[in-house]
Design a protein around this ligand. Structure first.
Ligand SMILES: CC(C)(COP(=O)(O)OP(=O)(O)OC[C@H]1O[C@@H](n2cnc3c(N)ncnc32)[C@H](O)[C@@H]1OP(=O)(O)O)[C@@H](O)C(=O)NCCC(=O)NCCS
Length: 208
């Protein structure tokens, strides 16, 4: 039987910028949940990300990227994602999807995961505040966990949040992750401070 996972890993290996990632295949570009459609970021989405959240320091307070008022920064992120979906990346494979309401067609935010070491992927999500509090992040993150878990190379999925952002921990728990401890002074949240801060870790581990 042809093992497509191994074939894809070989394809990734042949890329000039190949760095080990646990993924044996590039994730799907499109999928959905009951209320949401996921669409992989594509060239031209930078302005949309900028308008949805990336230019708002309050929405991005607990994110790991700095709000700098430049649409080019969002475009740069989109480029990394587009390259990762094309099998090219430079140490970090970044997969991110726009989240769209099926009912109205509105874009509400984005969610994704990055693969930067041999066994684990690390995820995150961010919504425009207009859409907070009605379960969209939990619905989206649950689905993304399934996507990552369906790749046999992924043995651990992590997500981290700032201790003052417990809502994000609720999303992780509600989606099926378990509390995995606190990391001391190892994460920078640049919209708060350039000093290293503690962060809270949630994880899913493959047990079989
Ligand atoms: C964190 C974030 C994605 C949550 O999105 P969301 O769609 O509002 O989350 P959900 O509606 O799925 O709610 C998850 C839980 O948090 C609770 N919650 C949501 N907003 C809340 C609020 N403002 N205050 C208190 N609880 C809240 C919900 O009741 C739910 O709890 P439950 O599981 O006990 O019912 C959203 O607030 C956001 O985009 N924040 C900015 C970016 C960010 O911090 N991302 C995470 C970085 S680690």
């Amino acid at each position: 039987m042809v093992n497509y996972g191994v074939m894809m890993q070989e394809t990734l290996r042949q890329q000039p910028s190949y760095i080990l990632t646990p993924l044996t295949a590039i994730p799907s570009r499109e999928f959905e949940t009951a209320r949401l459609r996921f669409r992989a970021l594509q060239h031209g989405d930078g302005q949309l990300l900028f308008d949805l959240y990336a230019n708002d320091v309050n929405t991005c307070r607990y994110m790991s990227f700095k709000v700098d008022g430049k649409v080019e920064t969002s475009e740069g992120f989109v480029r990394l994602v587009v390259d990762s979906f094309a099998g090219r990346h430079n140490g970090k494979a970044m997969f991110s999807w726009l989240l769209q309401l099926k009912e109205t067609g509105e874009y509400i935010g984005s969610a994704g995961f990055e693969a930067s070491d041999e066994t684990k992927v690390t995820g995150g999500y961010i919504l425009n505040p207009k859409f907070w509090g009605v379960g969209y992040a939990t619905e989206a993150w649950k689905r993304l966990l399934e996507v990552a878990q369906s790749d046999p190379g992924v043995h651990r999925i992590e997500a981290h949040h700032h201790p003052e952002n417990p809502v994000s921990g609720k999303v992780m728990r509600a989606a099926g992750m378990a509390y995995a401890g606190m990391r001391t002074k190892c994460a920078v949240y640049p919209n708060i401070s350039d000093e290293k801060a503690d962060d809270v870790v949630y994880a899913w581990n493959r047990t079989e």
